[in-house]
Write a protein that binds this ligand. Structure first.
Ligand SMILES: NC(=O)c1ccc[n+]([C@@H]2O[C@H](COP(=O)([O-])OP(=O)(O)OC[C@H]3O[C@@H](n4cnc5c(N)ncnc54)[C@H](OP(=O)(O)O)[C@@H]3O)[C@@H](O)[C@H]2O)c1
Length: 223
C-alpha cells in the first residue's frame, strides 16, 4: 500500500518541490492559502489557511476521505520575517506565531488521534538551524522555530507509545524564491543548500524502519 504524505504549505519553495518530487512514489495531499483544488489519483491539493482550526480539520478529513489513511505529515508552512530584536514589529511576531506555532499545533491536534488509531505515523517539522541556535537579525523567527522544535519534542514524548514518530529537520539556508527575495545574489554568501538536498533528506528519513525514532537532524548551514 502506498504511503500517504500530507504536506502543509506547498504553493511554492520547499513544499511545492517536495510535493512534485514525491508524487511518483507516494500519495500526496498538499495545502496552502493560494493553492486551488486539484485532484488526481495520486495527488490532491486543498486551499486552506492553517491558522484556522476548522481549515486544518477540513484538510485532514478531506485527505482521509480520499486516501483512507495518513502516514506522514510534513509541516512546512511558515513565514520568514527577519529583523533584529529592537526593530521586530508586533504584527510580524503575531504572523509568525500564528503559522509556525499555532497552525502546527492545530494540525497535529487533528492528525494525532488518527495516527494513534492507525498505531503509526510520522510528523516531520521543517525547521531551521535557527530552531536550535540564534543568529543576528532573526530574533522572533528563531523564537518561533524553537517553539515548534519544543512542540515536536512534546509530540514525540506523548505519542511514541502509539507508534508515532516526530522529528525536527533543521535546514541551513535553502535556495528558494523566498530566500532569493530576501538576499538576491548575496544568497551565495550563506552557502545555501539546493532543493534537491532537501528532497534527499526527506527520502533518507522516510527510508528508516517505523520503530526508528530520530529527534532531530541538521542539514547545511551553521549552528
Ligand atoms: N528557505 C530557507 O532558507 C529555509 C531554511 C530553513 C528552514 N526553512 C523553513 O522551510 C519552510 C519553507 O520555506 P520556503 O523558503 O519554501 O518558504 P515559502 O516559499 O515562503 O513557502 C512557505 C509556504 O507556506 C505556506 N503558508 C504560509 N502561511 C500559510 C497558512 N496560513 N496556511 C497554509 N499555508 C501557509 C505558503 O503558501 P501560501 O502563501 O499560498 O499560503 C507557502 O507554500 C518554512 O517553514 C521555513 O521556515 C526555510
Amino acid at each position: 500500500m502506498k504511503k500517504v504524505i500530507l504536506i502543509a504549505g506547498g504553493s511554492r519553495g520547499i513544499g511545492k518541490y517536495l510535493a512534485e518530487s514525491l508524487k511518483d512514489k507516494f500519495l500526496i495531499s498538499v495545502c496552502s492559502r493560494t493553492l486551488e483544488w486539484t485532484e488526481y489519483d495520486n495527488f490532491f491539493s486543498y486551499k486552506c489557511d492553517l491558522r484556522n482550526r476548522e481549515d486544518a480539520r477540513g484538510f485532514v478529513n478531506t485527505t482521509l476521505n480520499k486516501f483512507d489513511h495518513i502516514d506522514v505529515v510534513i509541516y512546512n508552512a511558515g513565514l520568514m520575517l527577519y529583523d533584529d530584536l529592537l526593530s521586530v514589529r508586533e504584527e510580524d511576531i503575531d504572523a509568525m506565531y500564528e503559522i509556525v506555532v499555532k497552525g502546527y499545533l492545530f494540525l497535529c491536534q487533528e492528525i494525532i488521534p488518527i495516527m494513534r488509531k492507525q498505531q503509526h505515523g510520522y510528523i516531520i517539522n521543517i525547521s531551521s538551524t535557527r530552531g536550535i541556535t540564534a543568529a543576528p537579525d532573526k530574533s522572533a523567527y528563531s523564537a518561533m522555530k524553537r517553539a515548534a522544535t519544543s512542540l515536536t519534542d512534546s509530540i514525540r514524548i506523548e505519542n511514541e507509545q502509539y507508534g508515532i514518530r516526530a522529528i525536527s529537520v533543521h535546514f541551513g539556508m535553502v535556495d528558494t524564491d523566498s530566500s532569493r527575495e530576501k538576499y538576491g545574489d548575496e544568497i551565495h554568501r550563506f552557502n545555501p543548500i539546493g532543493l534537491s538536498s532537501v528532497l534527499e533528506t526527506i527520502r533518507f528519513l522516510l527510508s528508516f524502519a517505523k520503530d526508528t525514532q530520530i529527534d532531530s537532524i541538521v542539514v547545511g548551514g551553521k549552528l
